[in-house]
Design a protein around this ligand. Structure first.
Ligand code: NAD
Length: 236
């Protein structure tokens, strides 16, 4: 497969090394100083995008105009999802806040735990995520996805509180807390607190390799498909 990398930072470089290991070819790279053009994408079969939330829509528009399948790993742009769906009818686009297979297993485990906790009203759920200081969006896309799963399964929670509370929080609110420090690749903890005990489920990313591998798998999967997909559409 011939791959164009849109974004050549920490993730773009990691994706390049995995793609080459898996026998693919990186035919073009773009970043802030080398902006994407339709023409620049022409030698590629598929684009893999890891840039900045503010740049995603422009990149999706350009790749759609060039009629290229696309994998989007950048987080923090989901407000534009409807427009992206209208752009990707003739080609395929797959997005995920987190391409790690372990995180997808984690999301399914959390869903099962939440179904149990829906029947145990003494337990109050929360989400805490920790990432490196360079991360631009908070809470992380993965933390918000975890919170959505909890809201989908636990009837007594109806609202996500994404920032520090201003005083007490209500029983319907689910608090998602973000910590930024050092070089942490990413940890996500889902807790369920009761008067008697505290249950915690935790995923810790050890490096970026798991994300990059998932993104290259996604690029292999999306080729030839039409429409917008997420990791939930790929069987574990
Ligand atoms: P980074 O800062 O190391 O690299 C960002 C790259 O994007 C750089 O090459 C930069 O030049 C380029 N860029 C920034 N703004 C641009 C613009 N306006 N136009 C063109 N290029 C631009 O960041 P990173 O650690 O590689 O992370 C990138 C994104 O990927 C972030 O949104 C992060 O949250 C996300 N991420 C997703 C996953 C996942 O599994 N989905 C995993 C890790 C990171």
């Amino acid at each position: 497969m011939r791959i164009a990398l849109i974004g050549y930072g920490r993730m773009g470089r990691e994706v390049e090394s995995i793609a080459v290991e898996r026998g693919h070819e990186v035919v073009a790279t773009f970043d802030e100083d080398r902006p994407v053009t339709e023409e620049g994408l022409s030698p590629a079969d598929v684009c893999i995008e890891f840039t900045h939330p503010s740049a995603v829509l422009h990149h999706v528009r350009t790749a759609a105009a060039a009629r290229k399948d696309m994998v989007v790993g950048t987080t923090g742009w989901l407000a534009h999802l409807e427009e992206v769906r209208t752009l990707y009818r003739e080609n395929g686009l797959l997005f995920a806040a987190n391409f790690s297979i372990g995180v997808h297993a984690f999301l399914r485990i959390v869903r099962q735990a939440a179904r149990i906790m829906n029947r145990l009203p003494d337990y109050d759920p929360f989400v805490v995520e920790v990432h490196h200081r360079q991360k631009v969006d908070s809470p992380s896309g993965t933390a918000l996805r975890l919170a959505e799963v909890l809201l989908e399964e636990i009837d007594r929670k109806t609202e996500i509180l994404r920032q520090a509370p201003d005083g007490r929080i209500s029983a319907e609110q689910l608090h998602v807390a973000s910590v930024r420090a050092g070089t942490v690749t990413g940890t996500h903890t889902v807790g369920f607190d009761s008067g008697a005990d505290l249950l915690e489920l935790k995923h810790t990313a050890k490096n970026r390799r798991g994300f990059a591998l998932g993104a290259v798998h996604a690029a292999e999967w999306i080729r030839g498909r039409k429409g917008v997909f997420s990791m939930d559409d790929i069987d574990l």
